[in-house]
Design a protein around this ligand. Structure first.
Ligand code: WT7
Length: 643
């Protein structure tokens, strides 16, 4: 059977959903016909969540870059694949057509090979948002190596940990990156990360900011020099034949925070990830040929992997990539870009919307946003106020808004309305994608069936069966993957989120129910921040919780027991913040640090975060039962010292 690949009506959605659940193998085999394979599969799906073991399209052979590039060369060779907008509006934008991008990717793939990169090697990519980042990602995939992109905001220490965990042997980086008014010295951070590193053989450095960098003989080479070695002139383009990959071969590792101290290397595989990102891209955003898609995320996060690079390119779309930030040189930057490049689809985070809302309507004056057809949000729950502002002032009430819920581990969107096809509801992600079977459970893993006073079901969000791009493992530690996602509730994938469900079957994601914070749409584990705080010489112990923050969604509130002499409290705070910056990166810096003499603990020594969370949220009365505390007195003290 063949089913419509692009769903264009509610009836079609319902039909697709029904088939995808009752006969997933038939449904996904039908979807898979829309891709180019070196060899077709023998078995569509094999799975259990016990180990877990999930295999899609076993026996199939492919290379994702042939789907993202080669297959478009005939019809779309001269169509822009990537439109790049620089940080500084006075610099020229760049357009890479499918032909050009294919050529560059082949060229850099050859550079990687010349430098000794082989199939299965781990290549760490630490770059700013320039086309060469996408080129490096695709070139790595083309030769069957595994990329691990690290966001430019992570510290040398974080990079070192990730290099070690992934046993990476190659790095691709830049001298520096431009972000707003700042010039971030990426290569120098890499140099710090490499002190004591024993696995890295080669660092390839692209020149972006012309910052002085130290190039170590035998280890560091320039991107430009290496590219010249494989350029044979206009009439003789390099064509690097893609490595033939098994469907289940790993495509990339992406590190993400969890409730324990150490980030996990989420592993995605070639075929399933390709199918899901492409299928969801086309359906959620209702992409039509010629549309210009602008996803404002950084490729250092999963959103950029899936909806700037792989999804759009595999769908033959035009993907706009922006180097800078929404508020520089002024808060009209996004709207200038929409106007200049005639953007049709805008996909951004609620935190960006809230921050731009704060500048009022002036930055919108004189900006022509009439090219916009579809708007999207991702990364955190969107509050109704931000939703309506987006709808009214950006979409002018004529653009459907998709609220897309998903995670690094899910590879692509799992719950979202389909733009203009299925209904939207402000602050609700609404309906599951075909193939996604959500279930709400209570603490004991029993399905929630009792509605609350608002007539809604409320519980922990789990998924009952695998979709093609579910994570396959956490790198180097499969047991960790099992424990983290598949052991809380038997035979279910646990998302870590809480959710509500209404009578229409719509879902509203309410936020994390574990010790993970969502700060400006970025995941940060409280344990990770605590570890970093505790590394400061004067810090004895700390406890970190989230609190509601107008722009970031959640802010980081740290309670710190300090033993040293804090002659100057403000300076001590700064010292502690700079420690966190060094250990994790500036994104993990607490917004508030309260010095305390003790933390509320149970008699068994467990910190009662529930109480700390309530105090950070400004609650003083209903702190719940504190009689089990070892020393109930500390609660009073903490309440009185609240910042
Ligand atoms: C967590 C995943 C998905 C790419 C960006 C973040 C939260 C994500 C939504 C949404 C409410 C959302 C969840 C999730 N989240 N999208 N539309 N509504 N919450 O990826 O860093 O892996 O974080 O972000 O809490 O678990 P991530």
């Amino acid at each position: 059977m063949s089913y419509p690949y692009q769903i264009t009506s509610m009836d079609q959605y319902e039909m697709a959903y029904r088939v995808s659940v009752t006969n997933p193998e038939e449904y996904w085999a039908s979807v898979a016909q829309h891709f180019s394979w070196r060899k077709k599969w023998e078995k569509v799906l094999e799975w259990n969540f016990k180990e877990p073991n999930v295999k899609w399209f076993q026996g199939a052979k492919l290379n994702i870059t042939e789907n993202c590039l080669d297959r478009h060369l005939g019809e779309k060779g001269d169509q822009p694949a990537i439109i790049w907008e620089p940080n500084d509006p006075s610099e020229n934008s760049r357009i890479l057509t499918y032909k050009k991008l294919h050529q560059r990717v082949c060229q850099f793939a050859q550079v990687l090979r010349n430098n000794g990169v082989k199939k299965g090697d781990r290549v760490c990519i630490y770059m700013g948002m320039i086309p060469e980042l996408a080129i490096a990602v695709l070139a790595t995939a083309r030769i069957g190596a595994i990329h691990s992109v690290i966001f430019g905001g992570f510290s040398a220490q974080s990079i070192a940990d990730r290099l070690e965990d992934a046993q990476a042997t190659f790095i691709v980086t830049c001298d520096g990156a431009f972000r707003g008014g700042k010039d971030i010295p990426l290569k120098s951070v890499i140099d710090d990360a490499l002190i004591g590193n024993k696995t890295i053989k080669r660092v390839i450095v692209y020149t972006r900011t012309r910052t002085a960098v130290s190039m170590i003989k035998g280890r560091d080479v320039w991107w430009e020099d290496e590219m010249l070695k494989v350029t044979e002139g206009p009439g003789n383009p390099v064509n690097v034949v893609a490595e033939v990959m098994d469907a289940e071969d790993p495509l990339f590792i992406l590190y993400t925070s969890g409730s324990t101290g150490k980030p996990k290397g989420v592993v995605h595989s070639c075929a399933g990830y390709m199918i899901w990102t492409t299928y969801t891209f086309v359906n959620v955003f209702q992409y039509n040929p010629g549309d210009i898609h602008f996803c404002t995320a950084d490729i250092g996060w999963i959103t950029g992997h899936s909806y700037i690079v792989y999804g759009p390119l595999s769908a033959g779309a035009t993907s706009l990539m922006f180097e800078g930030i929404p508020t520089w040189p002024d808060a009209g930057r996004f709207w200038d870009i929409v106007d200049k490049h005639k953007v049709n689809i805008l996909y951004t985070a609620p935190t960006a919307i809230r921050s731009l809302m704060g500048f009022g309507l002036d930055p919108l004056k004189g900006k022509n946003l009439s090219s916009l057809k579809i708007l999207g949000t991702v990364g955190e729950p969107i509050n109704e106020e931000a939703w309506h502002w987006y709808d009214e002032h950006i979409g002018k009430k004529k653009c459907p808004i998709v609220d897309t819920w998903w995670q690094t581990e899910t590879g692509g969107v799992l719950i979202s309305n389909l733009a203009g096809v299925t209904p939207a509801k402000p602050s609700w992600a609404t309906l599951p994608m075909p193939g996604v079977q959500p279930i709400l459970v209570d603490e004991n893993g029993r399905e929630v069936t009792q509605k609350d006073e608002d007539g809604l079901l409320k519980g922990n969000l789990c998924i009952k069966a695998p979709w093609p791009s579910i994570l396959r493992t956490t790198y180097g530690d499969h047991e960790r993957c099992r424990k983290n996602y598949f052991a809380t509730y038997e035979n279910l994938y646990f998302t870590g989120d809480g959710a509500l469900k209404d009578d229409n079957g719509f879902y509203r994601i309410t936020g994390r129910v574990d010790d993970v914070l969502n700060v400006s749409g970025h995941r940060i584990g409280t344990a990770e921040v605590e570890n970093a705080l505790n590394m400061h010489a004067g810090v004895v112990e700390s406890a970190v919780v989230g609190y509601p923050h107008n722009i970031k969604g959640q802010g980081i509130y740290a309670y710190v027991i300090f033993s040293g002499n804090k002659k100057d409290e403000e300076l001590t705070r700064k010292d502690i913040l700079s420690t966190v910056s060094r250990v994790i990166g500036p994104i993990a810096k607490p917004d508030k640090i309260q010095f305390v003499n003790g933390l509320p603990k149970t008699r068994s020594g467990k910190i009662m975060r529930r109480i700390l969370r309530k105090i950070a949220e400004g609650e003083t009365e209903n702190l719940g039962d504190i009689s089990t505390l070892l020393d109930p007195g500390v609660v009073e003290e903490i309440k009185n010292g609240k910042l």
